[in-house]
Design a protein around this ligand. Structure first.
Ligand code: HEM
Length: 553
């Protein structure tokens, strides 16, 4: 009875509401000219503003009719985009949904919640591939290489490359090539610029170092970017502009860049030209390697262990050798993966050291500890060359580099696509086809993950009783996690430690006063204006003082 009376009341009240609304409309239409239209529009406008701003509380950002959250994104892009995303994520407990303009595909879930990361990178890995959208966008440059592959094509490359990366021969090749590059090329270039007392862009020099190094690993060829005079190398130039033009495709609507590609216009024309430059180089290396290997069977030649040679010796599922195009894709992808990541991490590291001299002192002490342990510690000054086992022992330096990567991860955001409807551990429902962006930069700035001092540079947080303790890959995601964990992680640490210690032992790296330091908006965390520094020779008496204090201790 009660229900009935309520229903009746509701029906009667709703019918009285609709009749009065009808009366209002009829009267409104009759007297329309007398009602000020401006006031109606103003009322609607105020209503929309209040409604959209109230959405901010629930959804993290105001969500406007037609344009969605785009105005906030544009506002964020004007300043430091990564900080802007971090602030939204902190307000929203680690996850929010970005809604772009109506009828566009600008819709994605952004998360920095370690539980969600573990779920998408490991627990339900197969439901979160790189996806069609990503693959189609970068296919012209990356083809079917590891970075751009899912499923079987990815698995085959991952398995083979993983075996190779963990083999003793490969480790020997990478350590030898790095030693050669640092001692015969990096240090002489630095010495030159120091003698001329001119500031240098350290980021540019480090980028050259890692580009040469990764080409030696992938192709077994040294392009020679890091040389006195810092020459422009056509292959390196073509590679850089091809990557830049590919990244532009992510901000240009798909139909537009595809049309531009069809008519060979603008950035697409530039992209095709640059890819030609990359392909010419790759084809030439593949051709000459094939020739070299065919001669090798008759002549007892030295064994090559670069990735190209390794993959050339393998067969596909049909027992056929891999095609030249596939070999090219494999190498280009490895170069992309390993070329800039370590160098930008090192650039941020040197900048952080400049602001934290006490950390630099501790690294120096660690280097001196190594010299002290050598039975014959005569090899000092410029002759000092670190041995692989000594590099591994430098746990404080490893902690300082990890701390730099936590605050400035070389890959600041990454993304996946949802294959089937799913639900994240934090309760967020994810629909098939949705893009998921994981904000690695923001993760380093979440108090829930790293505590109140999360914005401070504190290598000590990585140490336990003086020993380096690694963190869960879903809290510290700078190297990704799960089955797609960075393949070059161990080598990258080795490379960064070797280069950093070799520089710091010889020079004080002083950032030029008032040099603006900020991240560039790109897939890799470059410093927008590079890192202008002055090098000062480290006084050997400083090293000697530390050594003496160690002896007394
Ligand atoms: C500080 C240095 C480095 C950092 C921070 C880093 C970070 C990463 C990240 C975040 C990914 C995942 C990318 C994605 O799937 O979207 C990745 C993948 C990868 N990295 Fe690294 N990387 C570094 C150095 C290197 C180096 C030096 C190499 C090779 C010489 C390398 C080889 C790779 C490869 C092959 C993958 C693809 C793995 C796969 O998809 O299965 N990385 N790296």
């Amino acid at each position: 009875m009660t229900t009935l009376s309520i229903t009746t009341n509701f029906t009667s009240s709703s019918s009285s509401f609709s009749s009065s609304f009808r009366d209002f409309l009829v009267r409104g239409l009759i007297y329309l000219p007398e009602i000020k239209m401006v006031e109606i529009f103003l009322a609607i406008f105020v209503f929309l503003i209040i409604h959209s701003l109230r959405q901010r509380k629930r959804q993290g950002l105001p969500n406007w009719p037609f344009v969605g959250m785009l105005p906030s994104l544009i506002f964020g892009l004007r300043g430091d985009m990564y900080e802007w995303v971090s602030n939204v994520l902190c307000r929203q407990n680690g996850t929010f949904t970005f809604r772009g303009p109506w009828f566009t595909n600008l819709y994605c879930i952004v998360t920095s919640d370690p539980r969600n990361l573990e779920y998408l990178l490991k627990t339900n890995f197969s439901n979160f591939p790189k996806g069609e959208y990503f693959r189609n966008t970068v296919r012209d440059l990356l083809g079917d290489g590891i970075f751009n592959a899912d499923d079987k094509i990815w698995q085959t490359q991952r398995r083979t490359a993983s075996l190779e990366f963990h083999s003793a021969k490969f480790r020997q090749m990478t350590t030898e090539s790095l030693l050669e590059l640092v001692h015969a090329r990096l240090l002489p270039v630095l010495e030159d610029t120091m003698n001329q007392s001119i500031p240098i862009d350290l980021q540019d020099i480090l980028l050259r170092l890692t580009f040469d190094n990764v080409c030696m690993i992938a192709f077994g060829v040294d392009p020679g970017c890091l040389r006195p005079g810092l020459p422009e190398i056509p292959f390196a130039r073509a590679f850089e502009s091809a990557t830049e033009a590919t990244i532009l495709r992510f901000v240009i609507p798909t139909v537009i860049w595809k049309t531009m590609r069809f008519f060979n216009l603008g950035t697409e024309r530039k992209l095709m030209k640059s890819i030609e430059g990359v392909d010419d180089f790759a084809q030439e290396v593949i051709r000459s390697r094939k020739k070299e290997l065919s001669l090798e069977s008759s002549v007892d030649n030295k064994q090559r262990t670069d990735l190209l040679t390794v993959f050339m010796g393998l067969k596909d599922e049909q027992e056929q050798p891999f095609s030249d195009k596939f070999l090219r894709d494999i190498c280009v992808n490895f170069i992309l993966a390993g070329r800039d990541t370590s160098s930008v991490a090192l650039s941020w590291f040197f900048w952080l050291l400049n602001q934290n001299p006490e950390v630099e002192q501790k690294i120096l002490s660690e280097i001196c500890g190594i010299i002290n342990e050598r039975e014959d510690n005569k090899e000092k000054g410029n002759d000092f060359v670190l041995k692989p086992e000594e590099v591994k022992k430098m746990e404080y330096l490893q902690a300082a580099l990890s701390e730099a990567l936590r605050l400035y991860p070389s890959v600041p955001v990454d993304h996946k696509e949802v294959l089937e409807d799913d639900k994240f551990p934090d309760g967020t429902v994810v629909k098939k086809g949705t893009k998921v962006v994981y904000a690695i930069y923001a993760m380093g700035r979440m108090e829930e993950i790293w505590g109140k001092d999360c914005r401070e540079f504190k290598p000590e947080r990585w140490l336990n009783n003086g020993h380096f303790m690694s963190e869960s890959a879903y809290k510290f995601t700078a190297f990704n996690g799960g089955p797609r964990l960075c393949l070059g992680k161990d080598f990258a640490y080795y490379q960064m430690k070797f280069a950093a210690a070799s520089i710091l032992y010889r020079y004080r790296v002083v950032v030029v006063e008032n040099h603006p330091v900020m991240p560039k908006m790109a897939l890799t965390m470059y410093m927008k204006h590079g890192l202008k520094v002055k090098l000062l020779r480290r006084d050997q008496s400083e090293i000697q003082t530390i050594l003496n204090s160690m002896k007394n201790y």
